[in-house]
Ligand binder design. Structure first.
Ligand SMILES: CC(C)(COP(=O)(O)OP(=O)(O)OC[C@H]1O[C@@H](n2cnc3c(N)ncnc32)[C@H](O)[C@@H]1OP(=O)(O)O)[C@@H](O)C(=O)NCCC(=O)NCCS
Length: 179
């Protein structure tokens, strides 16, 4: 069973079909808040919408292409984190994340992303990790900034959010910079 301990309170688990209800409930209760920065929220309208996603994420893990994991805080699912695939030719990946609204402000995501960076550099032995954050997404930018990622530049109109494009900051860290 895939279970990564981040610290005493936080662990990560691969999502399975039986997690569908919990995942749906989590997104549903934070829908308006998540919608501000995540483009997929309106596509996930009912529990069954998660089944093909979870299947796809399990295949991703089985194909050695990274993974998507549920974040458990004191045993309760509070969000997700994952690698957007792995570019083995160029030895790099990128990380995405979201947290339920009520669990912000405790350092949960910073510690979780720290664990993913460790996995990427020590287990996958990659060279480079990217994180993209909306230019105005202060809380999201805080995660790579606290972990020492470098800001490389701004990707203009990087993502379409329901009715508008928005610019993203590209952050990165290299294995030789991670101590
Ligand atoms: C982005 C997101 C995960 C950030 O959540 P967050 O709670 O701010 O991040 P962390 O869990 O790392 O917590 C950091 C906050 O906790 C505080 N904190 C408390 N204890 C801490 C600790 N031990 N370590 C680090 N930070 C701690 C920090 O000061 C910071 O608060 P601040 O922003 O007021 O300074 C969350 O806002 C979210 O999911 N937003 C919607 C989706 C989204 O934007 N996803 C990212 C798309 S790129």
């Amino acid at each position: 069973m895939f279970n990564i301990k981040v610290n005493e309170n936080i662990s990560l688990k691969l999502l399975e079909k039986k997690d569908t209800n919990e995942l749906f409930a989590l997104v549903n209760e934070s829908r308006n808040y998540l919608r501000e920065w995540l483009p997929w929220v309106d596509n996930m309208k009912q529990e069954t919408d998660y089944e093909p996603m979870i299947e796809m994420w399990l295949k991703q893990f089985a194909s050695n292409d990274g993974f998507q994991a549920g974040i458990l805080y004191k045993g309760k699912m509070v969000g997700m984190v994952g690698f957007h695939g792995i570019d083995w030719s160029n030895s790099k990946t990128s990380i995405g994340y979201w947290l339920s609204e009520g669990y912000q402000g405790n350092g949960i995501m910073t510690e979780t992303v720290r664990a993913l960076v460790n996995i990427a550099f020590t287990e996958y032995k990659l060279n480079r990790i990217e994180i993209r954050c909306g230019v105005k997404n202060r809380k999201s930018k805080g995660v790579p900034e606290r972990l020492g990622f470098k800001q490389e530049g701004i990707i203009r109109d990087a993502e379409y959010l329901y009715d508008h494009f928005h610019d993203c900051i590209l952050y990165s860290i290299l294995s030789r910079e991670w101590v």
